[in-house]
Design a protein around this ligand. Sequence first.
Ligand SMILES: [Zn+2]
Length: 254
Amino acid sequence: MKKCLVAILFFIAIFGSYLPYLPAKNLNSKSRVVIFVGHTGVGNNFGAKSSSGIYEIVYNDILAKKLASIKSDKFEYVLIDSSQKVKLKNRPDFAAKYKADLIIEIHHDSAQQIDIDVCNKEKGDKNGFCNKMSGASVFFCSKQEKGSVSEKVSLLIGKSLQKNGFRANLYHMKDIKGERRKIVSEENAVYDTCFYVLKNAKVPSVLIEAAVITNPQDEEKVKHTDYHDRFAKSVHEGIEAYFEFYIQQKENKN
Ligand SMILES: [Zn+2]
């Protein structure tokens, strides 16, 4: 009996910090979308620093929370925010524990320092250089196990963002070191880039860069509630379109 108690205490000591993250027991039959906040909040991993000195992770948390608050009869969101400090390498397994059908990771974007410096020098340049580093973009990995499905979801989310007035950020196509990302839809700013979670997840996975916070004009927008609402609504509509498509496919097979 004593041994048993020791074993239980040992288990709690080792795995206790993970327990709150395990899925609820009464799982319903709805599909499940796990939302990860971009960056871990561990060490110095807070993401890009904005033009006003705020770390990306702060903005990521706001949008992720807003998206997770939307209700759907087709699926449910599970929010993994920055307070949970889940490392990137643990995210694919973490999502699997939650029985995720889809992973969404939310970030805010930056640019190469050389371009940020030029942009900062040209303050007041409203339509030129700085504006090329602006808007939203969506990423998936074609080399992932579910790469073709991830691409489908990415295109639907990108399309929905464009429909709701977000600008397509084509900066990552730029032929410079650190960029040269492969774009699959210029219209919807969808890129094929194998970031860690996108490549290693076992279910379809999409990473969204909501706005370029090193650009003062973009950062000004991300501080407002109407922007958060419009972003969350756009991403949600894209995900809904995917599940509708997915359900339709299933019905056609039966
Ligand atoms: Zn980021």
